[in-house]
Write a protein that binds this ligand. Structure first.
Ligand code: EPZ
Length: 419
């Protein structure tokens, strides 16, 4: 078993470079299936979820090579299966992107019902609504989903809920549909724009990605070669920004997109931190105890749910009582019980939590309940008095590349230990 051992108390200082976005990479890797040729992807995060995505594509016939630590060459000229291995696909959430991609490529796909972080109910009804509107038939049984179509025909699709996954999936399945597809009430996250940019660079005709109305004019075929670089990770950027504020540190974060961080930047300034942005660099620092605030997570450009736990750590040591309302996931406050083991005073009930700020956290053994909870506990360990041991690292490794190496370079005393 592996654990992270952190001796807290050092303010983070220095420079860090952000890698490509996990949630973009795990959509773009299946999106390469629309290309009957070779895709070269740069700025790919070297993380477990990306490796799983590659493994699944390989089972369908892709040939995938890491050409360096963060670049992949994906050759999809020999896709020869439409049934993806259930054990692999049910391990993580983004396997649902195979449905949209393979519907476009082969008009059929069978995958295990998607797994992933346990954040409460994670239905895929909006994905299915989109596939069916385009003319596909979906069957769910015995933990798997089979989706097929004789042909896909463009139509107008209104999403009842703003969903990142459903927006990307319907986008993937509509690229070759006859005529025009519109997705209304679409999600606007940076990785939606990134997936659309990737597909457009292959010759797709997608307009409006990044707004709530996306229009896709069906094309007959895509190019057989593309080189593309994944957008910097908004959530990794935010994780380091919040680590700087929590530790009263001073970080220069490079290779990021400051505009993607606007909602977080505003909150950081509101609670007394400092942020300056120039080009693709964010300078973030603080020398004071954070102030209390109220936060509600929302789809982009609102405050991201994927930064809610990391912000929770900052508010756990704020001056005064803060409230977080989580509007996306039912069960994203599991980390608060772990923070309470470290001396925090947080009361979570349903989709709200009250943070009574304490003067400091104290190191303790804690358990990463999901990916961003794990990142939050790393920040908590870095600011706590004494030693924190974090268990269940498989969640953290799903989404952060070399988290301990990156934080060590900034002065954190953090080690991975194999027991
Ligand atoms: C993506 O999940 C991300 N995962 C999540 O990141 C992120 O928290 C989430 O978007 C919101 O930003 C990936 O990209 C793989 P949704 P996704 O569909 O696409 C409801 C992380 O830590 N809904 O936007 O699954 C759903 O229950 C992870 O990196 C339906 O009701 O999220 C939720 O309440 C965790 N029906 C809301 O919509 C549907 O068909 C938003 O979900 C689909 C979703």
């Amino acid at each position: 078993m592996e654990k992270l051992v952190i001796t807290g108390g050092t303010p983070l200082k220095g420079e860090i470079s952000i890698i490509g976005a996990k949630n973009s990479a795990i959509a773009i890797i299946p999106a390469t299936l629309l290309c009957n040729g070779i895709c070269t992807l740069h700025n790919v995060p070297n993380i477990i979820d990306v490796k799983l995505s590659c493994e699944i594509l390989e089972q369908l016939g892709s040939k995938i090579t890491w050409i360096d630590t963060n670049s992949l060459l994906i050759d999809n000229r020999n896709i020869n299966k439409t049934h993806a291995p259930l054990d692999l696909t049910s391990k993580f959430r983004a396997s649902y992107y195979l449905i949209g991609a393979m519907l476009s490529r082969c008009k059929e796909i069978e995958v295990g019902l998607p797994g992933g972080c346990n954040l409460g109910a994670r239905p895929i009804d909006q994905h299915i609504k989109g596939f069916e509107a385009l003319g596909a038939v979906a069957n769910l049984s015995q933990g798997k989903i089979n989706v097929k179509a004789d042909k896909l025909v463009g139509t107008n699709i209104y999403m009842d809920i703003v969903s990142v996954g459903a927006t990307i999936n319907v986008l993937l399945s509509s690229i070759f549909a006859e005529g025009t597809t519109t997705i209304d009430n679409a999600a606007k996250e940076p990785h939606i724009v990134d997936v659309a940019n990737f597909l457009n660079s292959l010759g797709a005709d997608i307009r409006g990605a990044g707004t709530d109305l996306i229009k896709i004019n069906g094309v007959k075929a895509l190019k057989e070669n593309v080189t593309y670089s994944i957008v910097p990770d908004q959530i990794e950027t935010g994780t380091f920004m919040l680590a700087a504020i929590a530790s009263k540190g001073d970080l220069t974060i490079k290779n990021c997109i400051p505009e993607h961080m606007d909602s977080l930047t505003s909150k950081i300034i509101e609670i007394g931190g400092n942020v300056e942005a120039y080009g693709d660099v964010i300078h973030v620092w603080s020398s004071n105890r954070p102030q209390k605030t109220v936060i509600k997570t929302l789809p982009y450009p609102g405050f991201p749910t994927d930064l809610q736990p990391q912000m929770g750590v900052v508010l756990s040591i704020a001056d005064g009582t803060s409230i977080i309302n989580e509007s996306i996931w039912e069960s994203r406050f599991q980390y608060t019980a772990e923070l309470n083991k470290m001396g925090a005073r947080i009361t979570a009930q349903g989709k709200s939590a009250i943070f009574e700020g304490v003067s400091h956290l104290t190191g303790a053994p804690v358990y990463a309940t999901d990916l961003r909870a794990g990142a939050a506990l790393v920040i908590a360990g870095i600011i706590a008095n004494g030693t924190t041991e974090i268990y269940n690292l498989k969640h953290i490794d799903r989404g952060y590349e070399n988290i301990e190496t990156k934080f060590s370079k900034l002065g954190a005393q953090i080690k991975r230990i194999v027991e």
